[in-house]
Ligand binder design. Structure first.
Ligand SMILES: [Mg+2]
Length: 224
């Protein structure tokens, strides 16, 4: 029996753990530098369950742990985001993305079918764009939504759905592809389809328990 993707007019992919796994510390170090420069706090995102979280919510949770109050957090947030982007931009040559199994072939297949494809990521735009460009995947995607002005994943997903409807009409359907329970929840929250892949840090059983439309070990399963 062959497995097939849920049918949709557009497919929107998460980045980390879904399209690729970044085998470097560029993003991690940029978050550290941002907290140091914007808040004077020398800490790392270690201990925060950051998989599936947006960059904004990771910074908020990490700094709350260090005793930074919401008002202070908000006041210096623009500076912090600027530092994350500046650092990732400066160190982009060190980004080492490992493309997840089956991704290039799947993207080739979907683009060959004329599907609209985009990215919806909790990364800041500069960060996410550098990762997919370095991985050689930029050419597949017509649009991208990131966490720069949107702290919640469901908000980012909704922006992507609105984009699809703007391009293809109000009845156009969107299927998301993600690697975390947060991706499944966000898609459900806005009534979209979701394929969960265990190519990131979560196992297939944990993802299946969230009730995605389809659950895969990795996208290569679709190509057999
Ligand atoms: Mg992810």
């Amino acid at each position: 029996m062959s497995i097939s993707f849920p049918l949709a007019d557009a497919y929107v992919f998460d980045i980390d753990g879904t399209l690729l796994v970044a085998r470097d510390l560029v993003h991690y170090n940029a978050m550290h530098q941002a907290m140091l420069e914007a808040y004077g706090i020398n800490t790392t995102i270690d201990g925060i369950p950051y998989h599936g979280m947006t960059d904004l919510s990771i910074l908020r949770a990490t700094l709350a742990r260090e005793g930074i109050e919401d008002g202070v957090f908000e006041a210096s947030l623009p500076k912090a985001l600027e530092v994350v982007c500046r650092e990732v931009d400066a160190n982009r040559a060190k980004i080492r993305p490992q493309v997840c199994p089956g991704i290039p072939a799947l993207l080739d297949k979907l683009s060959g079918q004329g599907r609209l494809m985009g990215v919806a990521s909790g990364n800041l735009e500069t960060v996410g764009r550098h990762k997919i460009e370095t991985a050689g995947l930029r050419k597949y995607f017509a649009f991208g939504y990131y966490s720069d002005r949107c702290e919640t994943r469901s908000g980012i997903f909704q922006n992507a759905v609105n984009h699809v409807k703007g391009e293809l009409g109000a009845s156009a359907t969107t299927c998301f592809v993600g690697d975390t329970p947060a991706d499944v929840r966000a898609a459900r929250e806005i009534g979209a389809q979701i394929v969960a892949v265990a190519s990131g840090t979560f196992g297939i059983e944990e993802l299946r328990a969230c009730g995605p439309d389809l659950c895969l070990q990795h996208c290569e399963e679709l190509l057999r």
